[in-house]
Write a new protein. Structure first.
Length: 119
């Protein structure tokens, strides 16, 4: 299983970005998919997670109401729509996949995509 994250960039505060994570391999719908982020000098933190069916989602309190995770199992892709971005959202964003994952226990990780929010 390989994950390829894309969609990062530079945006002004209050703006929006949509990240994508294309996942190769079979049985995509059997994987829980998550987004994490790591800001300079900080530990990697959980952002959002979505179940294999796409029915169940959870978010970090810091992004709740602003970010939306979704997936298209016909395209083996998971998305993270980020609205009302703040400078503190600046980080490298990683997607991850796992069969028995939720807030942790991910088996596969993408390479990361940089998101920079200017004030």
């Amino acid at each position: 299983v390989q994950l390829q994250a894309s969609g990062g960039g530079l945006v002004q505060a209050g703006g929006s970005l949509r990240l994508s994570c294309a996942t190769s391999g079979r049985s995509f719908s059997s994987y829980t998919e998550g987004w994490f982020r790591q800001a300079p000098g900080k530990e990697c933190e959980f952002v959002a997670v979505i179940s294999g069916s796409g029915v169940v989602t959870r978010y970090a309190d810091s992004v709740k109401g602003r970010f939306t995770i979704s997936r298209d199992n016909t395209k083996n892709t998971v998305y993270l729509q980020m609205n009302s971005l703040k400078p503190e959202d600046t980080a490298v964003y990683y997607c991850a996949a796992g069969v028995r994952a939720w807030y942790e226990n991910y088996d596969y990780w993408g390479q990361g995509t940089q998101v920079t929010v200017s004030s």
